[in-house]
Design a binder for this molecule. Sequence first.
Ligand SMILES: CC(=O)SCCNC(=O)CCNC(=O)[C@H](O)C(C)(C)COP(=O)(O)OP(=O)(O)OC[C@H]1O[C@@H](n2cnc3c(N)ncnc32)[C@H](O)[C@@H]1OP(=O)(O)O
Length: 429
Amino acid sequence: MSDDYEIRRFTAASKGEAGFPDAESWLQAVAFGFHESTRTPEHVAKSLETYAADRRIFTGAYQTREVAQGSLPAEVPVATFGTFRKTLNIGFGRLLETQLVTAVTVRTSHRRRGLLRRMMSEDLAMAKHDGVAMAALTASEGSIYGRFGYGVASFERTVKVDTTSRFQLNHQAAGSVDIADPPVLLDLAPEVFDRVHRLTPGSIGRQEWYRQLASGSLGRDGKEDPAIKVVLHYGPDGAVDGYVSYKFLGWDTEPHTVQVVDFVAATNEAYLELWQFLAAIDLVERVTWEEAPLDDPLTWALADPRCIDSSDSRDMLWLRILDVVKALEARHYPVDGRLVLEVLDPLGLTGGTFTLEASGGQAAVVRPDTPGTPDLTLDISALASIYLGGVCPVTLTAAGRIREHKQGASLQARGMFAVERATHCLTHF
Ligand SMILES: CC(=O)SCCNC(=O)CCNC(=O)[C@H](O)C(C)(C)COP(=O)(O)OP(=O)(O)OC[C@H]1O[C@@H](n2cnc3c(N)ncnc32)[C@H](O)[C@@H]1OP(=O)(O)O
């Protein structure tokens, strides 16, 4: 394979910069890989401007031999792999730098020749070499990434909420809401999100595009979105502490429906009061949201929790630990304890036996000189799954994903890896 392809890495470039033509071809390949319509030159330029702001690194596999007559030119990569770095909230307000992997595509005519394996293995090794202890992605299919050591660490669900008279919240409003001109979110959205990010285990720092999406400045089709409406929530001190960006789906949609585009609330009150607002919109009988948490306070605040129809829940964030010692020592532990973990790593990046000793919230992690019998044996992907407290080690033991050598060690791990509130990630990338 190595003779047929050359792997190139370069930084995202905006229009007018030297690297723009390469970035443009790379993006064209990504759009093709995800079955999108060919993007207009304006859409490409706008997308690349946001990618440049994220300082994304583009990796592409290029054909080294002459391309077949009439086929796409050699400048268009046959495989793509994008990365950028943001922080991950790992519980109790701690943020860990994380390598975000995105835009993974391999052209159908070049698939199953090891291009994904090569790009993934090389990229994870380079990120580790840079001192990054964690990588993350969201997956198109559940069967691809476990083999590279990724494990599911958070979930989300689509909700359809009945907002007719059936919707009654047991909540006394403490703040207020009002409608805003959508472009205000260009400045406000990152500020409010930053508060949510620091509060929510599993949250990933957002890319530049989010504020543009929420404000209607750049929709998924590359154009402004005039359908976007925005409501702000003000706390008792008058400061904005939440917002919802939403769209009415039209009079032909039955029941009349509002679709949430982005829902960001930095306090419990803001969350419930923004729901109260959505439920109060006249002539609307249903509100849908595709990125709702599984463990949702709304369920428990409703007089009739069956207002929420939610048959569609799915994995969201997949994590890959690149450095066990660094990742485990970065966490806060709510319970003191000692665990000996035997960690198996299919890529050989960070496997071994580790003693995790947590005391007063801090942890020391060492590789014992003479590893005896561990308390738990687990794959690096299972360790990633329990890392944010969003997946229960006892359940993974029941599934055979964790082997418990000391009785009760999985339950002990559950307590040690617990986080202060439900794990949830509002950032798709
Ligand atoms: C983070 C993201 O961007 S998620 C989006 C992922 N991309 C897509 O879904 C777009 C459509 N699919 C594709 O472009 C390609 O099929 C890819 C990227 C999924 C796979 O690329 P390939 O170069 O064919 O993968 P490669 O040949 O390196 O295979 C590596 C391993 O993964 C396995 N694999 C690859 N694709 C899949 C799949 N869809 N389902 C299950 N296993 C898979 C291969 O069998 C191989 O296994 P092994 O090495 O353990 O024997």
